[in-house]
Design a protein around this ligand. Structure first.
Ligand SMILES: [Zn+2]
Length: 402
């Protein structure tokens, strides 16, 4: 069965001076409205334990536009402002459901500048996109085609810290199912290699990453030498942002190729629930983990498995996947991180990462076969976080022989 999904297609575009000015103004208004509404909600919540609804915020926005000092809000399209309030509503929804922290103010420098336009706020004709309050269509670089006959339902315009402009078009798309396969794969998040598969394959970090990192260090050194507030500093900051952007782009591209391949080749994909927060305390790992972009990889696997009708099993990382002998089931007492290969008492020789990936696969398959009946046995799972909202099936297998 082909699946109908909502899918975002993101492109770069080059605004005219006029468009750039209008969009910058819109971004500023979006941020202001978000922050004002957040401030109001914060007063209500911490002052009187009162919740402000989206409708109340929306009514407040109408009032702000009538005041002298905020009258300029009426000069930009009203839709992105409304959308900002919706986003705030979503952020509070997650906060009240204890899924995330209290919403934070948007910063002019640090937050990504963006504006979201729904169907009534743009026209889409013959593949040309014109936003509300603009007279000319955006000049978009169509780096890949939109699906045949696709009509965007939502359009998000943004500018990153490197000064590049992007437009993201949310469209309905039809995904053809991938041919069924009988294979399963376990994936271990790596330290020396990006990921290791249970097949024994090791996937290293993208080719350019090391050189990019060198460039990054250089750009940052230069930035630190520039006087605060100077033009030179601004130029150096741009340079850092550009290097950052390129690293992120290359990595994302790489992860897309990798995850598509893994999902197409396998019916079941087993990953571990790597609690980055716990590992990040170890500073030698911190960098490797952020580089490895495990979170990004995982979210790609989640939606791609859903698209192609594959099963994604998430195994709680509480069993010692790298210390557990995949052959006899005993646990090697001590295994410092620098030990890449070890020999079990039973005589098996293990590559640390491959062994871990195999154990993850075995745990995932065992749990998957038991169905949903497998409950987390760990104490903290019973009490806290693990009573989850994850779409992926979450399971925990025992330490017993796998
Ligand atoms: Zn053994």
């Amino acid at each position: 069965m082909a699946q109908h999904v909502k899918r975002a297609f993101k492109y770069r575009f080059y605004p005219t001076d006029e468009q750039a000015a209008a969009l910058s103004r819109t971004f500023g208004c979006v941020r202001l409205v978000y922050n004002l509404a957040l401030e109001e909600r914060t007063h209500a919540w911490y002052g009187e334990q009162r919740r402000v609804s989206y409708l109340q915020s929306s009514a407040a926005l109408t009032e702000w536009k009538k005041t002298e000092e905020l009258a300029f809000l009426a000069e930009v399209s009203s839709v992105p402002l409304q959308q900002a309030l919706r986003h705030l509503q979503t952020a509070f929804g997650s906060f009240f459901a204890k899924r995330s922290k209290y919403p934070r103010y948007k910063s002019r420098k640090k937050s990504r500048a963006s504006a979201e336009y729904t169907r009534s706020a743009f026209t889409w004709r013959d593949g040309r996109l014109t936003l509300a309050k603009m007279t000319t269509p955006l000049e978009i670089c169509w780096s890949r085609p939109l699906p045949e006959g696709a009509e965007p339902t939502t359009v998000t315009v943004s500018r990153d810290s490197a000064g590049r402009w992007f437009v993201s078009l949310l469209c309905e798309d039809t995904i053809a199912p991938a041919p069924a396969t009988g294979t399963a794969v376990g994936i271990d998040a790596g330290i020396t290699s990006l990921v290791t598969l249970s097949t024994g394959e090791k996937i290293t970090n993208p080719r350019h990453e090391r050189r990019d990192r060198g460039r990054m260090a250089k750009a940052q050194r230069e930035l630190s030498r520039k006087a605060k507030g100077s033009n030179n500093r601004e130029r150096a900051r741009r340079k850092v942002a550009r290097v950052h952007a390129r690293i992120a782009d290359r990595r994302r591209d790489f992860l897309h190729k990798l995850t598509t391949r893994l999902v197409r080749e396998n019916q079941t994909v087993v990953i571990e629930d790597l609690t980055v927060r716990n590992l990040i305390k170890n500073h030698t790992l911190a960098r490797a983990i952020s580089d490895a972009a495990w979170t990004e990889l995982r979210s790609m696997l989640e939606y791609k498995c859903a698209w192609y009708g594959r099963e994604l099993v998430v195994v709680d990382r509480w069993f010692a996947s790298s210390k557990l002998c995949g052959a006899c089931g005993t646990i090697c007492g001590k295994l410092p991180l620098n030990v890449r290969e070890w020999t079990c008492d039973c005589g098996s020789v293990h590559d640390r990462d491959v062994n871990a990936a195999r154990n993850i696969l075995a745990a995932g398959l065992a749990a998957s076969a038991c169905g949903d009946g497998v409950r987390p046995q760990r104490e903290s799972s019973r009490t806290g976080r693990s009573s989850v909202k994850q779409e992926a099936q979450r399971v925990t297998a025992g330490i017993h022989r796998l």
